[in-house]
Design a protein around this ligand. Sequence first.
Ligand SMILES: Nc1ncnc2c1ncn2[C@@H]1O[C@H](COP(=O)(O)OP(=O)(O)OP(=O)(O)O)[C@@H](O)[C@H]1O
Ligand SMILES: [Mg+2]
Length: 232
Amino acid sequence: MIRTNGIDVSYGELQVLWDVSVEITTDDRVVALVGPNGAGKTTLLKTISGLLSVDDGTIELFGHDASALTPDEVVELGFVHVSEERNLFHEMTVEENLEMGAYTKRERIAENRREVYELFPVLRERSDQPAGTLSGGEQQMLAVGRGLMVEPEILALDELSMGLAPQLARRVFEKVKAISEDTTILLTEQHVHEALELADRAYLLENGRIATQAPADDLLESDRIREVYLRD
Ligand SMILES: Nc1ncnc2c1ncn2[C@@H]1O[C@H](COP(=O)(O)OP(=O)(O)OP(=O)(O)O)[C@@H](O)[C@H]1O
Ligand SMILES: [Mg+2]
C-alpha cells in the first residue's frame, strides 16, 4: 500500500504540491490521477518514486517510511513508475531494455520476458531492434513492458497515451486493462474520459491540491468535470 499523508513538495522556492493525501492499495485495480497540465501529477509520482523529497507530510510505502528509501529501494518494494520521458536505452535492443528493467528479478528474466511478449507481441517481433528506432507506440509498450519485468505491486503509468493516435491509444488502454488483472495501476492521463472509464476511482488534482476524490463513474457524470475536462 502507498499512502501520502498531507505532503508538500517544492522545486527550490516553488511549492507545487500542497497537503496532498492519496492512498492506493493492492486491492485497487485502476486508480486515475487526473487534472490539468501543471497540476502536479508527475511531481506526485516522482515524489512517491523517491526522486523528490517532501517539505512536510509523510509517505508510507508498503509499510516503510519512504523518506528513508532510495529510488531503487522503492522499486524493490514494488512501486514502479513508467515516466513521461519513457527513459529507454535507445542504443540497446528491445530485448536488452527488458533485461535492464529486470534488475531486481534477475532469476525470473526469461519467464517475465515471455509474459511481456505475450502481452505485446510486436515487441517479440522487434526484439533485436534498437529501442530508439521503434515507433512512438512501440516505445510506449516497451516502457510498460520494462516496468513489468520487476513484477511491481503497483505500476504508475504517466501519460501513457501521450503522442499516440486515438486508435493506438485505445489499444494501449486495453493492454492496461489486461495488466490490471494482476497489478494495481495508477494512471495519469490527458485523455481524461478514457482514464475515468478504465479506472475504478480517481483523484482530481488542481493547482497542486487534491480537489476531489471519487468513484470514477461519479466523476464521469459530474457536471464540473464534464465542463472542464470532457469537452470533445
Ligand atoms: N524540475 C522542475 N523545476 C521547477 N518547476 C517544475 C519542475 N518540474 C515541474 N515543475 C513545475 O511544477 C508544476 C507541476 O508540474 P507537473 O509536471 O507535476 O504537472 P503535471 O500535472 O504532471 O502536468 P502535465 O499534465 O503537463 O504533465 C508545474 O507548474 C511545473 O512547471
Ligand atoms: Mg505530467
